[in-house]
Design a protein around this ligand. Structure first.
Ligand SMILES: *Cc1c(COP(=O)(O)O)cnc(C)c1O
Length: 376
């Protein structure tokens, strides 16, 4: 991986991302990132220090990892999905007899992976809710996995305090930063050992790829995660890596638009008579607001709305002109879903709304109109 400049502010990071690769080009090379699909590399004689085989080396992944590293201010390993990144971090750091703490209200697949697979290999798995994850301390854990804001409930926990306590107790912290992206929250700067993320969401941004990454400043964890990718064979497709690289080029632009719009829309929806309660870390009334203001760069683009009943939530989602009824989030198009339909521990009328890149006035009018049409 090439050297990336340190101590960049978010806007410098966004600018650096757009020029980092271009500055190193030789005359006649393409400005746009090429996709390399080769499994074999020309390799006569001594194979040391040369790309050798497509499961281990790929120039398109490497360009993507350089770009991700600029955003994270840390070396990154690209993986084929968010769950592949989470699996890499967990399988690299755990083993029989190790103790893992996971959020009971976070992305549910992480919990199922832990209880159905890691537990079977002798890892002891404990669950605690995000908002009270520090209660009981961390002395019993080798690995503490955190998701803040939690998906879908949007509860927060105090990253600097928890990372410090976990380190003092001899463990490591892995933070799933999917909901915020490196432009919204910087867990490594707040003390986390490893960041994992699903780049399927806002970083890809166009709902046309699955990817993920692991970021860490610890060379030993970085090497172990790279070895996991190599040995497990859990590798990204060059096409998906290329598409994500292209998405990253506009991430700052899209993410700021989405966060700006969410900040305008959230108070209006929260005050609407059809809304029973709302969650958005940017609302001064939100239980997480002070913590969010202290540790997040932005308040994000996800809004939680409790519309009371399943029927009202479904009607809202399905009758809006500018909401795709779909799972996942972070696309240029706004989307929403009722997470209770997957068994998440939220009320039947809870809608997770992902604010997209539509002009905010048009989107807000549509959402207000849809709420106004809800039957009692
Ligand atoms: C979507 C998501 C994942 C999983 O990502 P995939 O790319 O679907 O594998 C993990 N964590 C969080 C918080 C997510 O929202």
């Amino acid at each position: 991986m090439s050297e990336t400049p340190k101590d960049l502010n978010p806007l410098s990071r966004a600018a650096e991302l757009l020029h980092h690769r271009g500055r190193a080009l030789s005359k006649g090379e393409p400005i746009a990132l090429p996709i390399t699909t080769s499994s074999m590399f020309h390799l006569p004689g001594d194979p040391a220090d040369s790309p050798a085989y497509g499961r281990v080396d790929n120039p398109t992944w490497e360009a993507l990892e350089d770009a991700l590293s600029i955003l994270e201010d840390a070396p990154c390993v690209a993986l084929p999905s968010g769950m592949a990144a989470i699996s890499a971090a967990l399988f690299a750091s755990l083993g029989a007899g190790k103790r893992l703490l996971v959020p009971s209200d976070g992305y549910y697949v992480t919990r199922v992976l832990s209880s159905e697979f890691l537990a079977g290999f002798g890892v002891s798995v404990t669950e605690r809710p995000t908002a009270s994850i520090a209660e009981g301390g961390f002395a019993d854990f080798d690995v503490v996995f955190i998701e803040t804001p939690s998906n879908p409930g949007l509860d927060l926990c105090d990253l600097p305090a928890i990372c410090g306590q976990v380190r003092a107790a001899g463990g490591i912290t892995i933070v799933d930063n999917t909901t915020m992206t490196p432009f919204g929250q910087r867990p490594l700067d707040l003390g986390a050992d490893i960041v994992v993320a699903s780049d399927t969401k806002a970083p890809g941004g166009h709902s046309d790829l699955l990817m993920g990454h692991v970021a860490t400043r610890d060379p030993a964890w970085l090497a172990r995660v790279k070895d996991w990718r190599k040995m497990s064979g859990c590798i990204p497709s060059p096409h998906a890596a290329w598409a994500l690289y292209r998405g990253l080029e506009t991430l700052e632009l899209r993410f700021s638009r989405m966060c700006d719009s969410a900040a305008v829309i959230a108070p209006v929806l929260a005050a609407h008579p059809a809304v029973r309660s709302a969650r958005f870390p940017g609302l001064p009334s939100d239980p997480s607001h002070n913590l969010a203001a202290a540790q997040m760069e932005r308040f994000g683009f996800l809004i939680g709305l409790d519309l009371g009943t399943e029927a009202r939530a479904e009607q809202f989602i399905n009758t809006s002109n500018f909401l795709r009824p779909a799972t996942s989030f972070g696309g240029v198009h706004s989307s929403a879903e009722r997470r209770a339909r997957w068994g998440d521990d939220v009320s039947a009328g809870y809608v997770r709304l992902s604010v997209g890149c539509e002009p905010v006035d048009v989107l807000m009018q549509d959402l207000v109109d849809s709420l106004g049409r809800l039957e009692d």
